[in-house]
Design a protein around this ligand. Structure first.
Ligand code: AHR
Length: 329
């Protein structure tokens, strides 16, 4: 199954069309597997680490030729990229989807072209699950629940069980699995805890600039905040800047409890300093995982439909400089 007949034909036709000008270097000649990877953007430190992990895994030394497309956080760009990969007759498409919905047509086209698709990081919601081969990423609901459970325990530890708790919720990109599930977790928590309220849900699009902007504007009208639940580290960095400018204290010795997702190096450093109370890990190192799935598929082995990676969380009490330095991102 190393190379589909269709792909071989496409490559041969391409070779004839270009007069085999690049024949010494073609993926076909080198027996490389051609992977089209549609990355959704470069909005966060997490995403940069993810792109790095993917591009390292799909190197020529590993037997791949990588066609990479950065969709700049626009699903329409991803649809174009996937269609281009189909036209180019790649062997496998890897898709890191911006939002969950809107993929049925393009994935049907990939299936009709006989090109398997692996979904990475976030998930897709499609009518027919046979439109993709496998999906590997984080269990975002579990991450959110971890954060909410931690908050319940932390407030109990602080003796604040009978206090009203006002939560400012900064959401990631609307419709992304990471947003939908982390949001579900905090909304479920608020339903369970009668004294918790979500004061506002602001859209920060997983970027530092947006996180800063929405929190800065919010603080002009309301500064009565007990908790910031921020769906990624970069939005948290923006929120921290806005809090600094407004003169509000936060973290372990401050007035606002900060909960953040991803646990990238900079966030862990803030956590160790006591400026972020909780960093829930979201692991971006999917390159080797997707590589392994492809190898299993190529060898004819059965591969899992859904794989979730193991993740943990960090507070000042379980962090050290050594842990931070030994992490890859
Ligand atoms: O889908 C993973 C999320 O997307 C990460 O939490 C975030 O940083 C990224 O942009």
């Amino acid at each position: 199954m190393m190379r589909t007949i269709k792909t071989t034909c496409c490559l041969l036709v391409l070779c004839l069309l270009v007069g085999c000008a690049g024949s010494q270097g073609s993926a076909y000649e080198k027996d490389l597997l051609v992977v089209g990877f549609s990355q959704l953007g470069s909005e966060s430190d997490w995403r940069i680490a993810n792109t790095q992990s993917m591009t390292q895994a799909f190197s020529e030394e590993n037997g791949y030729e990588l066609l990479f497309d950065n969709a700049k956080q626009k699903q329409e760009n991803q649809l174009i990229a996937v269609r281009n990969f189909i036209l180019q007759g790649v062997d496998i498409i890897v898709l890191a989807p911006d939002a969950e919905t809107g993929w049925d047509n393009v994935l049907s086209e990939a299936k009709a072209a006989g090109i398997p698709v692996i979904i990475v990081d976030r998930e897709v919601s499609v009518e027919d699950e046979s439109l993709y081969l496998s999906s590997v990423g984080s269990d975002f609901l579990k991450e959110g629940r971890l954060a909410v459970d931690w908050l319940e325990k932390e407030l109990a530890r602080q003796g604040r069980n009978d206090e009203e708790i006002k939560i400012l919720h900064i959401k990631g990109t609307d419709g992304a699995t990471a947003q939908l599930m982390r949001t579900k977790a905090i909304e479920d928590g608020v339903l369970r805890q009668s004294l918790w309220t979500i004061s506002a849900q602001l859209s920060g699009d997983f970027t530092e600039a947006k996180g800063y902007e929405v929190v800065r504007d919010y603080l002009k009208n309301d500064q009565d905040i007990d908790v910031i639940y921020s769906e990624n580290d970069n939005m948290t960095f923006g929120a921290m800047r806005a809090l600094d400018e407004a003169g509000l204290s936060y973290g372990e010795n401050g007035d606002v409890i900060i909960i953040s997702f991803d646990a990238v190096r900079e966030a862990l450093e803030y956590c160790l300093e006591g400026k972020i109370n909780l960093c829930v890990e979201c692991n971006p190192l999917h390159g080797p995982r997707v590589d392994e799935l492809i190898r299993q598929y190529e060898s004819g082995a059965e591969i899992p439909k859904q794989t979730y990676v193991e993740e943990t969380y960090f507070t000042r009490s379980n962090l050290s400089l050594e842990i931070i330095c030994n992490r890859e991102y």
